[in-house]
Design a protein. Structure first.
Ligand SMILES: Nc1ncnc2c1ncn2[C@@H]1O[C@H](COP(=O)(O)OP(=O)(O)O)[C@@H](O)[C@H]1O
Ligand SMILES: [Mg+2]
Length: 392
Protein backbone atom coordinates (compact mmCIF):
# COMPACT_ATOMS: atom_id res chain seq x y z
CA UNK A 1 0.00 0.00 0.00
CA UNK A 2 1.37 3.42 -0.95
CA UNK A 3 -0.17 6.69 0.19
CA UNK A 4 0.58 10.20 -1.13
CA UNK A 5 -0.11 13.52 0.55
CA UNK A 6 -0.51 16.37 -1.97
CA UNK A 7 0.06 19.92 -0.80
CA UNK A 8 0.97 23.31 -2.13
CA UNK A 9 4.32 23.30 -0.36
CA UNK A 10 5.75 20.10 1.09
CA UNK A 11 7.23 22.09 3.96
CA UNK A 12 3.71 22.96 5.19
CA UNK A 13 3.42 21.66 8.81
CA UNK A 14 0.27 19.68 7.93
CA UNK A 15 2.40 17.55 5.59
CA UNK A 16 4.63 16.19 8.32
CA UNK A 17 1.73 15.83 10.71
CA UNK A 18 -0.33 13.83 8.19
CA UNK A 19 2.62 11.73 7.18
CA UNK A 20 3.27 10.66 10.77
CA UNK A 21 -0.39 9.98 11.52
CA UNK A 22 -0.89 7.92 8.38
CA UNK A 23 2.24 5.91 8.94
CA UNK A 24 1.18 5.10 12.48
CA UNK A 25 -2.24 3.90 11.39
CA UNK A 26 -1.73 2.18 8.06
CA UNK A 27 0.30 -0.83 6.99
CA UNK A 28 2.26 1.30 4.52
CA UNK A 29 5.74 2.76 4.09
CA UNK A 30 6.24 6.47 4.81
CA UNK A 31 3.64 8.42 2.76
CA UNK A 32 5.06 10.44 -0.14
CA UNK A 33 4.75 14.22 0.22
CA UNK A 34 4.14 15.68 -3.24
CA UNK A 35 3.92 19.37 -4.16
CA UNK A 36 0.94 20.38 -6.33
CA UNK A 37 3.06 21.35 -9.32
CA UNK A 38 4.67 17.89 -9.46
CA UNK A 39 1.60 15.88 -8.62
CA UNK A 40 0.22 15.17 -12.08
CA UNK A 41 3.54 13.95 -13.39
CA UNK A 42 4.44 11.81 -10.36
CA UNK A 43 0.98 10.25 -10.04
CA UNK A 44 0.96 9.30 -13.69
CA UNK A 45 4.09 7.20 -13.06
CA UNK A 46 2.84 5.07 -10.21
CA UNK A 47 -0.62 4.32 -8.83
CA UNK A 48 -1.30 5.23 -5.24
CA UNK A 49 -3.66 3.26 -3.02
CA UNK A 50 -4.81 6.43 -1.29
CA UNK A 51 -4.45 10.20 -1.77
CA UNK A 52 -4.73 12.97 0.79
CA UNK A 53 -5.10 16.50 -0.63
CA UNK A 54 -4.37 19.46 1.66
CA UNK A 55 -6.51 22.45 0.65
CA UNK A 56 -4.94 25.18 2.79
CA UNK A 57 -3.66 27.75 2.03
CA UNK A 58 -4.74 27.64 -1.67
CA UNK A 59 -8.00 25.72 -1.88
CA UNK A 60 -8.77 26.71 -5.48
CA UNK A 61 -5.51 25.31 -6.73
CA UNK A 62 -6.01 22.18 -4.64
CA UNK A 63 -9.52 21.56 -6.01
CA UNK A 64 -8.34 22.14 -9.53
CA UNK A 65 -5.72 19.46 -9.05
CA UNK A 66 -8.18 17.16 -7.30
CA UNK A 67 -10.44 17.18 -10.37
CA UNK A 68 -7.55 16.26 -12.65
CA UNK A 69 -6.02 13.47 -10.58
CA UNK A 70 -9.21 11.93 -9.21
CA UNK A 71 -9.54 9.44 -12.02
CA UNK A 72 -5.94 8.32 -11.70
CA UNK A 73 -6.62 6.71 -8.34
CA UNK A 74 -8.85 3.75 -7.71
CA UNK A 75 -8.43 4.15 -3.95
CA UNK A 76 -9.99 6.70 -1.61
CA UNK A 77 -9.21 10.43 -1.78
CA UNK A 78 -9.33 12.48 1.43
CA UNK A 79 -9.49 16.27 1.40
CA UNK A 80 -8.11 18.18 4.41
CA UNK A 81 -9.24 21.75 4.97
CA UNK A 82 -11.08 24.20 7.15
CA UNK A 83 -14.43 23.03 8.44
CA UNK A 84 -15.87 26.55 8.73
CA UNK A 85 -16.49 26.92 4.98
CA UNK A 86 -19.36 24.62 4.01
CA UNK A 87 -19.16 25.65 0.34
CA UNK A 88 -15.55 24.51 0.24
CA UNK A 89 -16.51 21.16 1.70
CA UNK A 90 -19.24 20.69 -0.92
CA UNK A 91 -16.89 21.65 -3.73
CA UNK A 92 -14.25 19.18 -2.50
CA UNK A 93 -16.80 16.37 -2.43
CA UNK A 94 -18.13 17.44 -5.80
CA UNK A 95 -14.63 17.28 -7.31
CA UNK A 96 -14.28 13.70 -6.16
CA UNK A 97 -13.06 13.64 -2.54
CA UNK A 98 -14.50 10.67 -0.65
CA UNK A 99 -14.10 12.29 2.77
CA UNK A 100 -13.48 15.79 4.09
CA UNK A 101 -11.36 16.15 7.23
CA UNK A 102 -11.24 19.22 9.45
CA UNK A 103 -7.59 20.30 9.62
CA UNK A 104 -8.12 21.52 13.19
CA UNK A 105 -9.23 18.08 14.41
CA UNK A 106 -7.08 15.82 12.27
CA UNK A 107 -6.09 13.18 14.78
CA UNK A 108 -9.65 12.18 15.62
CA UNK A 109 -11.16 12.57 12.18
CA UNK A 110 -8.41 10.69 10.40
CA UNK A 111 -8.74 7.83 12.87
CA UNK A 112 -12.45 7.39 12.30
CA UNK A 113 -12.28 7.78 8.51
CA UNK A 114 -9.47 5.23 8.20
CA UNK A 115 -11.39 2.83 10.33
CA UNK A 116 -14.51 3.19 8.18
CA UNK A 117 -12.43 2.70 5.05
CA UNK A 118 -10.82 -0.38 6.52
CA UNK A 119 -14.15 -1.93 7.42
CA UNK A 120 -15.50 -1.16 3.95
CA UNK A 121 -12.46 -2.67 2.30
CA UNK A 122 -12.60 -5.76 4.46
CA UNK A 123 -16.29 -6.18 3.74
CA UNK A 124 -15.67 -6.00 0.01
CA UNK A 125 -13.08 -8.77 0.08
CA UNK A 126 -14.54 -10.80 2.87
CA UNK A 127 -13.19 -14.34 2.85
CA UNK A 128 -15.42 -17.34 3.39
CA UNK A 129 -15.30 -17.95 7.15
CA UNK A 130 -18.16 -16.94 9.43
CA UNK A 131 -17.89 -15.04 12.70
CA UNK A 132 -20.13 -15.69 15.71
CA UNK A 133 -19.81 -13.19 18.57
CA UNK A 134 -21.02 -14.00 22.08
CA UNK A 135 -21.92 -11.10 24.31
CA UNK A 136 -23.10 -11.48 27.89
CA UNK A 137 -25.94 -9.20 28.95
CA UNK A 138 -23.98 -8.79 32.18
CA UNK A 139 -21.04 -10.50 33.86
CA UNK A 140 -21.85 -14.05 34.92
CA UNK A 141 -24.37 -14.68 32.13
CA UNK A 142 -22.32 -17.64 30.99
CA UNK A 143 -21.11 -16.17 27.70
CA UNK A 144 -17.58 -17.54 28.14
CA UNK A 145 -18.89 -20.97 29.09
CA UNK A 146 -21.07 -21.04 25.99
CA UNK A 147 -18.24 -19.71 23.80
CA UNK A 148 -15.83 -22.55 24.67
CA UNK A 149 -18.54 -25.18 24.39
CA UNK A 150 -19.89 -23.84 21.10
CA UNK A 151 -16.36 -23.64 19.66
CA UNK A 152 -15.79 -27.19 20.94
CA UNK A 153 -18.83 -28.57 19.10
CA UNK A 154 -17.94 -26.73 15.89
CA UNK A 155 -14.30 -27.89 16.11
CA UNK A 156 -15.36 -31.49 16.58
CA UNK A 157 -17.83 -31.35 13.70
CA UNK A 158 -15.68 -29.41 11.26
CA UNK A 159 -12.16 -30.41 12.32
CA UNK A 160 -11.21 -27.01 13.68
CA UNK A 161 -12.62 -23.73 14.93
CA UNK A 162 -11.02 -20.43 15.93
CA UNK A 163 -11.89 -19.00 19.32
CA UNK A 164 -10.93 -15.42 20.11
CA UNK A 165 -10.98 -14.20 23.70
CA UNK A 166 -11.66 -10.48 23.28
CA UNK A 167 -11.64 -9.62 26.97
CA UNK A 168 -8.29 -7.89 27.46
CA UNK A 169 -7.18 -8.21 31.06
CA UNK A 170 -9.98 -10.47 32.21
CA UNK A 171 -10.44 -13.23 29.65
CA UNK A 172 -10.70 -16.72 31.07
CA UNK A 173 -11.06 -18.98 28.03
CA UNK A 174 -7.51 -20.38 28.38
CA UNK A 175 -8.42 -21.57 31.90
CA UNK A 176 -11.73 -23.01 30.69
CA UNK A 177 -9.77 -25.05 28.13
CA UNK A 178 -6.74 -25.71 30.32
CA UNK A 179 -4.32 -24.42 27.69
CA UNK A 180 -1.28 -22.21 28.25
CA UNK A 181 -1.01 -19.71 25.39
CA UNK A 182 2.46 -18.39 24.65
CA UNK A 183 1.19 -15.48 22.53
CA UNK A 184 -1.81 -13.23 22.57
CA UNK A 185 -3.76 -10.60 20.67
CA UNK A 186 -1.38 -7.81 21.73
CA UNK A 187 1.49 -9.51 19.85
CA UNK A 188 -0.61 -9.42 16.68
CA UNK A 189 -1.72 -5.81 17.18
CA UNK A 190 1.86 -4.73 17.82
CA UNK A 191 2.91 -6.28 14.51
CA UNK A 192 -0.27 -5.34 12.68
CA UNK A 193 1.53 -3.91 9.64
CA UNK A 194 3.30 -7.17 8.85
CA UNK A 195 0.73 -9.59 10.23
CA UNK A 196 0.13 -12.47 7.84
CA UNK A 197 -1.38 -15.93 7.91
CA UNK A 198 1.73 -17.54 9.40
CA UNK A 199 2.01 -14.95 12.16
CA UNK A 200 -1.70 -15.21 12.94
CA UNK A 201 -1.59 -19.00 13.19
CA UNK A 202 1.54 -18.99 15.34
CA UNK A 203 -0.26 -16.80 17.89
CA UNK A 204 -2.98 -19.41 18.42
CA UNK A 205 -2.93 -21.96 21.23
CA UNK A 206 -4.14 -25.34 19.94
CA UNK A 207 -6.51 -27.52 21.99
CA UNK A 208 -6.94 -31.27 21.47
CA UNK A 209 -10.53 -30.73 20.27
CA UNK A 210 -9.46 -28.66 17.25
CA UNK A 211 -10.18 -25.33 18.93
CA UNK A 212 -7.46 -22.78 18.19
CA UNK A 213 -7.52 -20.14 20.90
CA UNK A 214 -6.31 -16.57 20.53
CA UNK A 215 -5.80 -15.41 24.11
CA UNK A 216 -6.15 -11.81 25.29
CA UNK A 217 -3.29 -9.80 26.79
CA UNK A 218 -3.41 -9.80 30.58
CA UNK A 219 -0.84 -7.22 31.66
CA UNK A 220 -1.41 -3.47 31.83
CA UNK A 221 1.18 -2.61 29.14
CA UNK A 222 -0.04 -5.29 26.75
CA UNK A 223 -3.73 -4.49 27.17
CA UNK A 224 -3.01 -0.99 25.91
CA UNK A 225 -1.56 -2.39 22.69
CA UNK A 226 -4.91 -3.76 21.50
CA UNK A 227 -6.25 -1.68 18.60
CA UNK A 228 -9.38 -1.81 16.48
CA UNK A 229 -7.21 -2.05 13.41
CA UNK A 230 -5.29 -5.03 14.83
CA UNK A 231 -8.52 -6.79 15.74
CA UNK A 232 -9.94 -6.11 12.26
CA UNK A 233 -6.92 -7.65 10.59
CA UNK A 234 -6.90 -10.60 12.99
CA UNK A 235 -10.55 -11.28 12.21
CA UNK A 236 -9.87 -11.11 8.50
CA UNK A 237 -7.11 -13.70 8.77
CA UNK A 238 -9.29 -15.87 11.02
CA UNK A 239 -11.99 -15.90 8.33
CA UNK A 240 -9.44 -16.91 5.73
CA UNK A 241 -8.24 -19.81 7.87
CA UNK A 242 -11.31 -21.13 9.68
CA UNK A 243 -14.86 -21.84 8.60
CA UNK A 244 -16.07 -20.58 11.98
CA UNK A 245 -14.57 -18.08 14.38
CA UNK A 246 -16.22 -17.73 17.77
CA UNK A 247 -15.48 -14.50 19.67
CA UNK A 248 -16.09 -13.96 23.38
CA UNK A 249 -16.87 -10.23 23.55
CA UNK A 250 -16.58 -7.82 26.43
CA UNK A 251 -19.03 -5.04 25.62
CA UNK A 252 -20.71 -3.20 22.78
CA UNK A 253 -19.01 0.18 22.83
CA UNK A 254 -15.20 -0.09 22.77
CA UNK A 255 -13.88 0.28 19.23
CA UNK A 256 -12.10 -3.09 19.11
CA UNK A 257 -15.33 -4.79 20.18
CA UNK A 258 -17.38 -2.90 17.59
CA UNK A 259 -15.09 -4.13 14.82
CA UNK A 260 -16.23 -7.67 15.62
CA UNK A 261 -19.86 -6.75 16.26
CA UNK A 262 -20.06 -4.96 12.91
CA UNK A 263 -18.57 -7.86 11.02
CA UNK A 264 -20.11 -10.85 12.78
CA UNK A 265 -22.69 -12.81 10.81
CA UNK A 266 -24.34 -13.66 14.11
CA UNK A 267 -24.27 -12.17 17.59
CA UNK A 268 -25.50 -14.40 20.40
CA UNK A 269 -26.63 -12.19 23.26
CA UNK A 270 -26.58 -14.34 26.39
CA UNK A 271 -28.89 -13.47 29.30
CA UNK A 272 -30.59 -14.94 32.32
CA UNK A 273 -34.26 -14.66 33.12
CA UNK A 274 -33.85 -12.09 35.86
CA UNK A 275 -34.66 -8.42 36.11
CA UNK A 276 -31.13 -7.01 35.88
CA UNK A 277 -30.25 -9.22 32.95
CA UNK A 278 -33.37 -8.21 31.01
CA UNK A 279 -32.78 -4.56 31.71
CA UNK A 280 -29.22 -4.83 30.49
CA UNK A 281 -30.29 -6.82 27.40
CA UNK A 282 -32.74 -4.10 26.44
CA UNK A 283 -30.02 -1.50 26.76
CA UNK A 284 -27.55 -3.53 24.72
CA UNK A 285 -30.08 -4.09 21.92
CA UNK A 286 -30.70 -0.33 21.78
CA UNK A 287 -26.97 0.46 21.82
CA UNK A 288 -26.27 -2.03 19.04
CA UNK A 289 -29.03 -0.50 16.95
CA UNK A 290 -27.53 2.94 17.54
CA UNK A 291 -24.12 1.69 16.47
CA UNK A 292 -25.72 0.61 13.19
CA UNK A 293 -25.67 -3.08 14.07
CA UNK A 294 -29.00 -4.42 12.92
CA UNK A 295 -30.87 -6.45 15.50
CA UNK A 296 -31.64 -9.05 12.81
CA UNK A 297 -28.11 -10.37 13.29
CA UNK A 298 -28.65 -10.69 17.04
CA UNK A 299 -30.16 -13.83 18.56
CA UNK A 300 -31.08 -14.09 22.21
CA UNK A 301 -29.91 -17.03 24.30
CA UNK A 302 -31.33 -17.71 27.75
CA UNK A 303 -28.64 -19.39 29.82
CA UNK A 304 -29.18 -21.01 33.21
CA UNK A 305 -32.77 -21.61 32.13
CA UNK A 306 -35.06 -23.18 34.73
CA UNK A 307 -33.72 -21.53 37.89
CA UNK A 308 -36.06 -21.05 40.83
CA UNK A 309 -38.01 -17.79 40.80
CA UNK A 310 -36.81 -16.73 37.37
CA UNK A 311 -39.07 -14.41 35.37
CA UNK A 312 -41.69 -16.00 33.11
CA UNK A 313 -40.52 -16.40 29.53
CA UNK A 314 -43.58 -14.67 28.06
CA UNK A 315 -42.95 -11.62 30.21
CA UNK A 316 -39.31 -11.51 29.16
CA UNK A 317 -40.19 -11.73 25.48
CA UNK A 318 -42.79 -9.05 25.85
CA UNK A 319 -40.37 -6.75 27.67
CA UNK A 320 -37.70 -7.25 25.03
CA UNK A 321 -40.15 -7.20 22.14
CA UNK A 322 -38.36 -10.24 20.72
CA UNK A 323 -38.47 -14.00 20.76
CA UNK A 324 -35.78 -16.00 22.49
CA UNK A 325 -33.92 -18.28 20.07
CA UNK A 326 -32.08 -20.72 22.33
CA UNK A 327 -32.43 -22.10 25.85
CA UNK A 328 -29.53 -23.58 27.80
CA UNK A 329 -30.61 -25.17 31.08
CA UNK A 330 -29.19 -24.34 34.47
CA UNK A 331 -26.91 -27.15 35.57
CA UNK A 332 -24.31 -25.94 38.07
CA UNK A 333 -23.16 -29.47 38.85
CA UNK A 334 -22.13 -30.24 35.29
CA UNK A 335 -20.96 -26.75 34.29
CA UNK A 336 -18.99 -25.95 37.45
CA UNK A 337 -17.25 -29.32 37.32
CA UNK A 338 -16.37 -28.82 33.65
CA UNK A 339 -15.22 -25.23 34.08
CA UNK A 340 -13.13 -26.07 37.14
CA UNK A 341 -11.49 -28.98 35.33
CA UNK A 342 -10.76 -26.90 32.22
CA UNK A 343 -12.67 -29.32 30.03
CA UNK A 344 -15.78 -28.08 28.18
CA UNK A 345 -18.98 -29.78 29.33
CA UNK A 346 -19.78 -30.95 25.80
CA UNK A 347 -16.66 -33.18 26.02
CA UNK A 348 -16.65 -34.01 29.73
CA UNK A 349 -20.36 -34.76 30.08
CA UNK A 350 -21.70 -35.17 26.54
CA UNK A 351 -24.94 -36.82 27.56
CA UNK A 352 -25.96 -34.11 30.06
CA UNK A 353 -28.96 -32.07 28.97
CA UNK A 354 -27.01 -28.82 29.18
CA UNK A 355 -24.34 -30.21 26.83
CA UNK A 356 -26.92 -31.51 24.42
CA UNK A 357 -28.69 -28.18 24.28
CA UNK A 358 -25.41 -26.51 23.33
CA UNK A 359 -24.86 -29.13 20.62
CA UNK A 360 -28.38 -28.45 19.32
CA UNK A 361 -27.67 -24.74 19.25
CA UNK A 362 -24.45 -25.33 17.28
CA UNK A 363 -26.29 -27.63 14.86
CA UNK A 364 -28.99 -25.02 14.34
CA UNK A 365 -26.30 -22.53 13.38
CA UNK A 366 -24.56 -24.84 10.94
CA UNK A 367 -27.63 -26.69 9.62
CA UNK A 368 -30.70 -24.56 10.32
CA UNK A 369 -33.16 -26.98 8.64
CA UNK A 370 -32.24 -29.80 11.02
CA UNK A 371 -32.93 -27.71 14.11
CA UNK A 372 -35.43 -29.30 16.48
CA UNK A 373 -38.13 -26.78 17.31
CA UNK A 374 -38.33 -28.14 20.88
CA UNK A 375 -35.18 -26.41 22.05
CA UNK A 376 -34.47 -24.19 19.09
CA UNK A 377 -37.29 -21.78 18.62
CA UNK A 378 -39.17 -21.43 15.40
CA UNK A 379 -38.03 -17.80 15.49
CA UNK A 380 -34.60 -18.94 14.41
CA UNK A 381 -35.95 -20.32 11.21
CA UNK A 382 -37.49 -17.08 10.13
CA UNK A 383 -36.07 -15.31 7.13
CA UNK A 384 -33.03 -14.04 8.92
CA UNK A 385 -30.20 -13.21 6.58
CA UNK A 386 -27.61 -14.95 8.66
CA UNK A 387 -29.20 -18.35 8.26
CA UNK A 388 -28.84 -18.15 4.53
CA UNK A 389 -25.23 -17.07 4.97
CA UNK A 390 -24.51 -19.93 7.32
CA UNK A 391 -26.01 -22.47 5.05
CA UNK A 392 -24.31 -21.36 1.89
N1 LIG B 1 -25.82 -23.32 32.07
C1 LIG B 1 -25.22 -23.10 33.23
N2 LIG B 1 -25.63 -23.73 34.35
C2 LIG B 1 -25.04 -23.50 35.52
N3 LIG B 1 -24.02 -22.67 35.71
C3 LIG B 1 -23.58 -22.00 34.65
C4 LIG B 1 -24.14 -22.18 33.35
N4 LIG B 1 -23.46 -21.39 32.49
C5 LIG B 1 -22.53 -20.73 33.20
N5 LIG B 1 -22.59 -21.09 34.49
C6 LIG B 1 -21.77 -20.58 35.59
O1 LIG B 1 -21.96 -19.17 35.64
C7 LIG B 1 -20.76 -18.53 36.04
C8 LIG B 1 -20.42 -17.46 34.99
O2 LIG B 1 -20.08 -18.09 33.76
P1 LIG B 1 -19.13 -17.40 32.70
O3 LIG B 1 -19.14 -18.27 31.51
O4 LIG B 1 -17.81 -17.07 33.30
O5 LIG B 1 -19.95 -16.07 32.42
P2 LIG B 1 -19.55 -14.72 31.66
O6 LIG B 1 -18.43 -15.04 30.74
O7 LIG B 1 -20.79 -14.29 30.94
O8 LIG B 1 -19.15 -13.75 32.72
C9 LIG B 1 -19.70 -19.61 36.17
O9 LIG B 1 -19.58 -19.93 37.52
C10 LIG B 1 -20.28 -20.77 35.39
O10 LIG B 1 -19.83 -22.00 35.91
MG1 LIG C 1 -16.42 -14.46 30.84
Amino acid sequence: MQVAVLLHNIAHPLGLQLSEMLQARLPCPKPKLIAFDQAEELLARGRMSMLVVVLSPFPDRALNLLRKIRLQTAGPVLAVGQASDSKLILRALHEGADHYLDEADLEKQLGSVLQRLQIKEEASRQPAGQVIGLLGASGGSGASTLAVNLAGVLARQLGRCALIDLKPGIGDLAALLDVKPTHNLADLCLNCGRMDQAMFESALAPHASGIHLLAPPLTYEDIRLVTAQGVGKTLHLARETFRFTVVDLEDCYHEEQLVVLRQAELILLVLRLDFTSLRSTKRILANLEQAGIGNERVQLVINRYGQAKELPLAQAEETLGRKIAFFIPDDPKIINAANNAGEPAVFRSPSAKVSQSIVQMANALVNPEDAKPSSVRQAVKSVNGWLAVFHS
